[in-house]
Design a protein around this ligand. Structure first.
Ligand code: 2BA
Length: 114
């Protein structure tokens, strides 16, 4: 068994929940905040038999496409950008490529429901 921890853009969270439910994947949603942009995102915990891992990742890929969506005024990220570059950032980028989902796959020793 595997545990998927998927950090998903908020705008995809409802669609992903629907897809997971439709295909009988159990999931828990947590409200989360990106450390860099300090904006809300949604973290899914999904326990899945190893044999269904690729199917699950396929669903996440299809439902949460990457988007270059952050552009324009990035001054709100200035603090993060400065600390990320050890205070060596002179200009903010004009846009950031933010992915649709960041997915971690963890081994699970046991899953117990009581
Ligand atoms: P944030 O931390 O708010 O990051 C949003 C986007 O900002 C990132 O998109 C990336 O494009 C950019 N970014 C992040 N850190 C940066 C840095 N040090 N310098 C320049 N740009 C940076 P994604 O990579 O698609 O990440 C989306 C969200 O996924 C993140 O939101 C965070 O919540 C989560 N995430 C990404 N990598 C992670 C990791 N290694 N561990 C835990 N969570 C992670």
């Amino acid at each position: 068994m595997k545990l998927i921890v998927a950090v998903v853009r908020d705008e995809y969270a409802t669609a992903l929940t629907d897809q997971l439910t439709r295909r009988n994947f159990g999931a828990t949603k947590l409200a989360s905040t990106g450390g860099f942009l300090k904006a809300g995102n949604t973290t899914f915990l999904i326990g899945v038999p190893a044999g269904q891992l690729e199917e699950l990742i396929g669903i996440i890929r299809a439902t949460c496409p990457a988007k270059k969506s952050i552009g324009g005024d990035l001054t709100f990220a200035e603090g993060s950008l400065k600390s990320a570059a050890a205070n060596n950032v002179s200009a903010l980028p004009s846009s950031l490529d933010v992915g649709g989902a960041t997915v971690f796959v963890l081994p699970v020793e046991k899953m117990i429901k009581v």
